[in-house]
Design a protein around this ligand. Sequence first.
Ligand code: GAL
Length: 539
Amino acid sequence: MASPLRLGILTSMNHRRPTTFDRFHYGVCYYPEHWDDATRREDAARMAAAGVTVVRLGEFSWDLFEPEEGKFDFSFYDRVLPELHRHGISVIMGTPTAAAPRWLTVKHPGIHRVDAKGVAQVHGSRQHLCTGNAVFRDYSKRITAAMATHFKAAPNVIGWQTDNEFNCHFTECHCASCQTGFATWTKARYGTIAALNTAWGNAFWAQTLNDFSQVTTPRDQLPTWQNPSARLDYLRFVADRVADFQHDQVKLLRAADPRWFIMHNGTFWGIDYHGRFTTDLDVLGVDLYPGFAAPADKARWHAWACDRTRAYGGNFVVPEQQAGPGGQGNYLHSTLEPGEMRQQVYTSIGRGCDQLLHFRWRSCRFGAEEYWCGILDHDNVPRRRYAELSRIGNELKRVGPAVLGTYVHIDCAVASVPLEVNAADGVISHGLPGPERMGETVHQALLEGKYAVGCVHPADDLAGLKLYVIPHWAAFDPAWIPGLTRWVEAGGTLVLGARCGQRRLDNNHVTDQTFPGVFRPLAGLTVEEYQRLNTGPIP
Ligand code: GAL
């Protein structure tokens, strides 16, 4: 069970990259600390009987592991892990940095995230701390090192999840450390303030800066439209900050036990999944909650979520997939129909998933997610969701080995949108749907037309594709043009959205070339006039 599971670090994106896990793990997210001994007693045996081979643990238990600063206590998990091991169940541990303990925020209130209006977040939910803050990064390294050192002795720990859903609630931060951090980041990028002034077009609206100490994080509508170039750089900085925070943890985990695989459960805004955030991992994860889509839209939503994840690094894992209706403050999903959980599991597998866990083992009786239903209900009585888990778990013992190590064949693809392209568009979109939304629409049409469709980044391998669609990417990197040209010359059909190629991806300025800018030689046309088709009043 504790066989080496490292997959080999992703060196570059490749939508066809299979994972090299040695088995298809199927399981649940488990929070043993929410239950008393009597309720917990039968858990491992029940899981094993249902075909569960892996659980994810610990990603919200920092207060349990370090109840007071510097005093680490893993004794509770030291009882839970052997019991799971006895039943043949492996463990993925989570670094618990998405919810820091209260003693930490009392001692260092300055590490809370601050929103664009200057409001500091407070203790009491999660993701309240700034991942760019040096003090928080130090505490993150300390708890990660302590956990890594302790759990390397546990024979059934096979891998790790970094943090939990980075940026799921909050992307930007404008705290004091982000102000200095952004100034330092811009200095490293531009070297001189004159270069920054040119790149940001600071001659417009008297924004010229005298030195890097004057750099501040850009904020929208305070009072009006912000500088599109500064905004693009700020989102690059946000993405770098979270990749650095994760890297601290990855380094420590790899040093502690190189056999462990490391993943993260995405995918959210403000992260460069095509870049080092993903290549730092062994495999990327995507959390799948089709319950957020309208009932008629679930299948399409699900396919899109899987396909865009494959574009980041090939086959993937699903650390959380819906098991029951999810409910928080003001919403409650519909209950999954009989058989729907199984159908969703095979949808994920069919689109490149090589390991899947359901959220969560048992519905909790307290906390902000007390109505987020798991496999077992609040009363701990196994009902149809447990029966369905057992059916799937036992099937996967047979089917799992056959799908591992395969990749998904596609004939056509929608361009997978890098963070920078999205960010460049978002700040000046003219109220039109962005590249991501347009990609989803095209993907849907191809899916409904029963084409073998996926998503592929323009710098990835396009060989074998017959059709490639780049929908309205205003900003495009000229470095991607030669590969595209070779693919077109070899017979590929490229479809470009009308707004493609208007802006420069490095600085978000409008290009000095006649539209469609960098696409002009490839498209063989020029755009003499253009307009937005306005059908209603202009806001
Ligand atoms: C995910 C998150 C879990 C849990 C779940 C249900 O986004 O990773 O911790 O919150 O949603 O809301």
